[in-house]
Design a protein around this ligand. Structure first.
Ligand SMILES: NC(=O)c1ccc[n+]([C@@H]2O[C@H](COP(=O)([O-])OP(=O)(O)OC[C@H]3O[C@@H](n4cnc5c(N)ncnc54)[C@H](OP(=O)(O)O)[C@@H]3O)[C@@H](O)[C@H]2O)c1
Length: 348
């Protein structure tokens, strides 16, 4: 196999991916900014390791690398310098972001990536492989759809990096896509009831990456993405809305991230084995009223992230992805997610 570099490989998710990559014969190079931690991991996994941070000359650390899989988040802070180096060195770039601004920024580098002969494929984890695949499937069922709604319901706990990424988003409200344009809306201001196949749940909009990716995968101009949260959390978000500006301040952000560093370890193997998620989607045509709905059931978000990231990396390395900015289902089709263990799809 060609050389895959996994950046952020000693993080919670990066290490899960790096271990699975070695098990599957990828012979990866593991990389990260802390020399002790990355070389210890390299020794432990019996694979090559490189230590560099994002202010270094990143290009110099990409020699012999064909594909870079970035697992270091928040990606707001890591994607741009790594992408710039990948474009300069002709290295394909993948990451496991779910951050809307990151997708939007990378989409704007499409022509640069085409010129460099590079695939730019952010979002190869739980965000956004299942939702992107479901969006593509619904679009295939109703090609003239004008509206798309996606909703997630997940059990299980979160890792520190995921929590810090969520904290980064505090204070910026929610968003939807309307007539092809992103529109900011207040947090929890748009809600609906969704039947996830095991009873109904009230869901609220989140500014998820699919507002960028599903739009590019399907071309559907009106998109909303929802998540099921406990009623108490939804009410708390509504009450906290006037204080959103405060949540975005440096002081509060540092305080919350410090608490994450002190108290959060991430889900154990048993936690991951016990958790599962359901993704619901609906596409409709406003004029004809025609509507289609489908459901996906998946294993735990971190388990699925490992499987999805390595499946996408393998296919990118095999030359199956187009050059330029591309979404996972845009590159590999709606059944991408069905190739991952434990995933099933049902048309309603
Ligand atoms: N797509 C998905 O479904 C999915 C699934 C899981 C996780 N994620 C995302 O992946 C990210 C990582 O999650 P995690 O659970 O692995 O978190 P984690 O355990 O905190 O690991 C984060 C990793 O990123 C590195 N990092 C962070 N900022 C960096 C920077 N500025 N420069 C260089 N390295 C940096 C960290 O290195 P240091 O320890 O040296 O800071 C660490 O190796 C989060 O953004 C999370 O939301 C996405």
């Amino acid at each position: 196999m060609d050389s895959l570099l996994i950046y952020g490989a000693y993080g919670y998710t990066g290490e899960l991916i790096a271990r699975a990559a070695v098990d599957r014969g990828f012979d990866p190079v593991v990389a990260g900014r802390d020399p002790d931690r990355i070389h210890t991991l390299g020794t432990d996994l019996d694979c090559r390791s490189r230590a560099f941070d994002l202010t270094d000359d990143i290009q110099a650390h990409l020699s012999g690398i064909d594909t870079l899989l970035n697992c270091a988040g928040p990606f707001e802070e890591t994607a741009d310098p790594l992408v710039a180096a990948c474009l300069a060195r002709g290295v394909d770039y993948l990451d496991i972001t779910g951050e809307l601004p990151v997708f939007e920024r990378l989409a704007r580098r499409d022509s640069e990536a085409v010129d460099a002969g590079v695939s730019l494929m952010p979002g190869v984890g739980y965000d956004v492989v299942p939702t992107d695949s479901l969006a593509a499937h619904l679009h295939e069922r109703l090609p003239e759809a004008t509206h798309l709604s996606l909703a997630l319901s997940a059990s299980g706990s979160l890792s520190g990096g995921t929590l810090k990424t969520l904290i980064n988003g505090f204070g910026s409200g929610s968003a939807i896509r309307e007539d092809g344009q992103l529109r900011a809306i207040p947090s929890a201001s748009k809600q609906r009831v969704v039947d996830f196949g095991s009873g109904t749940q009230t869901v609220m909009t989140i500014p998820w990456g699919d507002l960028s990716t599903a739009y590019r995968t399907t071309g559907i101009p009106n998109i909303a993405v929802y998540v099921a949260v406990p009623d108490a959390v939804r009410h708390a978000i509504q009450i906290a809305r006037p204080f959103e500006g405060l949540m975005a301040t440096d002081l509060v952000q540092r305080l919350l991230k410090g608490l994450v560093d002190r108290f959060v370890d991430g889900p154990s193997e048993a936690d991951r084995a016990a958790s599962e998620t359901t993704v619901w989607g609906e596409a409709w045509n406003e004029e004809s009223g025609e509507t289609v709905q489908s459901l996906l059931r998946t294993p735990d978000t971190y388990e699925l992230t490992v499987e999805a990231a390595l499946a996408c990396a393998e296919r990118v390395e095999a030359g199956e992805a187009p050059t330029g900015f591309t979404t996972p289902a845009g590159a590999f089709g709606p059944d991408l997610v069905l190739d991952l263990p434990g995933v099933s799809r049902q048309d309603l």
